[in-house]
Design a protein around this ligand. Structure first.
Ligand SMILES: CC(C)(COP(=O)(O)OP(=O)(O)OC[C@H]1O[C@@H](n2cnc3c(N)ncnc32)[C@H](O)[C@@H]1OP(=O)(O)O)[C@@H](O)C(=O)NCCC(=O)NCCS
Length: 163
């Protein structure tokens, strides 16, 4: 099964590629200007020091993808934070000037495809129950709601084996 048939429905000049520790400064610049800060369960962290530690930790995970503008600025970032050998939590952030262009959806689909290749079998995400945009994005990517407790909603998707 191919998970990202629609990945390239974002504008052609916006590129998605894998990122890691060498791209720390590009992501730091994106997150230092991010708005709203701290709105997604405290993420991105409000203090610069905590934010920079969080970016470092994020870039340590195996699956990290980002979107870049034509001038090379990072404008979206998605990573899978592995919590067991076969499961990970998805995190997705798109810079405010670049929202509503399909970038978030394309990044999550790209991360899921890489996650499946890396041997993950389950990816889950947590959002505020009132966050219609994040819920819609994850559902569009194939996630299903597994828990909705007062203010929080949890969703998950099973990934196909690649063997
Ligand atoms: C959530 C977020 C990543 C979405 O990124 P995005 O690039 O704008 O998402 P997309 O353009 O792929 O849109 C996803 C869906 O939400 C819809 N959507 C996006 N913004 C919307 C808005 N302001 N109002 C209503 N619908 C909206 C889109 O129409 C699309 O649905 P559709 O394809 O069925 O039309 C971005 O808003 C963000 O970074 N928010 C702050 C961080 C956050 O909350 N992360 C999520 C934690 S899980």
């Amino acid at each position: 099964m191919r998970l990202i048939q629609n990945t390239l429905h974002i504008e052609a000049h916006l590129r998605i590629r894998a990122v890691g520790p060498p791209q720390f400064d590009l992501l730091r610049r994106m997150y230092d200007r991010f708005d709203p800060i701290g709105a997604a369960f405290g993420l991105p962290p409000r203090s610069a020091e905590a934010r920079h530690r969080w970016i470092c930790a994020a870039l340590g995970h195996k699956v990290n993808v980002a979107t870049f503008s034509p001038t090379g600025e990072a404008v979206g970032h998605c990573f899978l934070a592995v919590d067991t050998s076969s499961s990970a939590e998805v995190a997705i952030f798109v810079q405010q000037d670049y929202r509503r262009r399909g970038i978030g959806t394309a990044l999550v689909k790209a991360a899921l495809e890489r996650g499946a290749k890396a041997g993950l079998r389950r990816v889950w995400g947590m959002t505020a129950s009132a966050d219609r945009v994040a819920l819609r994005l994850l559902r569009n990517c194939g996630f299903r709601l597994t828990k909705s407790v007062s203010v929080e909603a949890e969703l998950e998707i099973g990934l196909p084996g690649t063997a």
